[in-house]
Design a protein around this ligand. Structure first.
Ligand code: F6P
Length: 461
């Protein structure tokens, strides 16, 4: 193998450059050239195949900085599907003209699906990423727990998960944590702590909405910021339970902080916010308004008289919402993400080198070994109908009465976060944020440097 390509697809995470870095460094050792394809699958779909050599003379370009969030290659949510036969043909031909012998995609479930169609014609491997922490399995047989039935309102299928395993061992988890998750939690936990003090001072109820789509891993791990209550999308909201907890807390401490996953559902399983009808090419709907809907529910249920004696204001103003938003997906990755993303990138390169196809590098954990690398055939993520579902928070990880991670959930989180922040992360913050030069030197975007190094396929051939 002499030359491979790498791309980043789907939503970004702070750890993408670290993954690319790990793959490129390993390629240097093997004296394999790596071309970065720009803008994810959009780049592959472009007849000019925009690309950047990432290791000329087997030396990693300085622009590829594992400490820098985002992706120097750019990303997109465009994908290809099994019906795009001619498009796939053209992509294979373009990659062939560049003498690319294998493709390493850094992505999540959408990328895994897109890669599937290409892999029939071309060796492809995956390095996992997503702040949602939903690429993987709670246990090996988990895909068999999914069933489908036609949806009532449309011709689409509805998927249902029956949990065949009430408990799991942490060493059974396939891909324990995805790069990007830890940094996102770092941001969320700090956000919760900051909102706490203002809610506390003004006797308010704060509802903080975090990302994660249908999965509540980010909400669950927000426990590190010590909110009072956590609602995850996997467990339908019980309004009586929530109100009882909110009243008890408000009466005791004169404020409450609630974290909600963006796709929480009511007792009937209906989304509290709205899910846009438009989906991205991977079939993902965009969620919005969960926190606001919960706020309305609390305003109606608690009423103005409840707040007047303590907050001296109406329920509408006493209860406020905040979205952590895209800050949880951006910025500098913390140590856990940098370290393991780099390893996972290197491991994915090795998979290509060893001749695997449709395999992904994984991060495994056992009590005896701690974190270590593994690999997994991506097709084993699929259910009986061939669908890859997001890994949901296992029911044993969440206590639906305390609205908090259960003992098992806490045991799951501990290995990831106990040493997730390194001293240099703090030192970087201390040295960089209030650097006098920030006031005089404009931000220099990596995109400017990459544009200068971008090459295209010769169209005259
Ligand atoms: O899948 C990653 C994710 O960050 C989700 O948690 C979130 O719902 C979504 O992407 C947001 O996507 P976009 O940046 O396209 O709005």
């Amino acid at each position: 193998m002499h030359r491979i390509a790498i791309l980043t697809a789907g939503g970004d995470t702070p750890a993408l450059n670290a993954t690319i870095f790990g793959a490129v460094e390993r390629a240097n050792e093997r004296r394999v050239e790596v071309f970065g394809i720009l803008d994810g699958f959009v780049g592959l779909l472009d007849p000019r195949l925009p690309h950047v050599p990432l290791n000329p003379l087997f030396s990693t370009i300085p622009e590829l900085d594992p400490h820098h969030g985002g992706t120097l290659l750019g990303g997109s949510r465009a994908y290809i599907g099994p019906d795009d036969v001619q498009i796939i043909e053209r992509i294979v031909e373009r990659l062939g003209r560049l003498k690319i012998e294998g493709l390493l995609c850094v992505g999540g479930d959408g990328t895994t699906n897109a890669v599937q169609c290409l892999a029939e014609r071309f060796p492809c491997v995956l390095a996992p990423k997503t702040i949602d922490n939903d690429l993987g399995l709670n246990y090996l047989e988990e895909p068999n727990d999914w069933s489908s039935r036609p949806a009532q309102a449309s011709r689409a299928l509805e998927y249902h998960k029956a949990w065949s395993r009430p408990e799991i061992g942490l060493d059974e988890i396939i891909n324990y944590a995805t790069p990007g998750f830890a940094t996102a939690v770092f941001v969320v936990a700090q956000g919760v702590q900051r909102i706490r003090t203002t809610a506390e001072g003004h006797r308010r109820i704060a509802i903080i909405e975090v990302m994660g789509r249908q999965t509540g891993h980010l909400a669950l791990a927000s426990a590190y910021g010590q909110p009072d209550l956590i609602l995850i999308p996997e467990v339908p909201l019980s309004l009586p339970v929530l109100l009882e907890r909110v009243r008890a807390l408000y009466e005791l401490q004169k404020h409450v902080v609630i974290v909600v996953g963006e796709a929480i559902v009511d007792a009937e399983g209906k989304r509290l916010g709205s899910a846009s009808s438009s989906v991205d090419p991977a079939g993902n709907v965009a969620f919005s308004g969960a926190a606001e809907s919960l706020r309305q529910l609390l305003v109606q249920s608690l009423g103005d008289d409840y707040f007047r004696p303590v907050a001296h204001t109406r329920a509408e103003s006493a209860i406020f919402t905040r979205k952590v938003g895209h800050t949880q997906r951006g910025g500098r990755p913390i140590l856990f993400d940098r370290f393991y993303a780099t390893q996972l990138g290197g491991c994915a390169f090795d998979l290509l080198w060893e001749g695997h196809n449709l395999a992904m590098s994984t991060l495994q954990w056992t009590p005896a070994e701690g974190f270590h690398l593994g690999s997994f055939p991506t097709n084993q993520l699929r259910d009986r109908c061939g669908v890859i579902h997001p890994r949901l928070v296992h029911p044993s990880f969440y206590d639906p009465l305390k609205l908090w991670p259960s003992k098992a959930g806490i045991e799951y989180l501990l290995p990831i976060f106990s040493n997730a922040v390194g001293p240099e992360d703090l030192e970087h913050l201390r040295g960089s944020l209030f650097r006098p030069g920030n006031l005089t030197i404009p931000y220099h975007s990596i995109n400017v440097d990459i544009a200068k190094q971008t090459r295209w396929l010769d169209q005259s051939q």
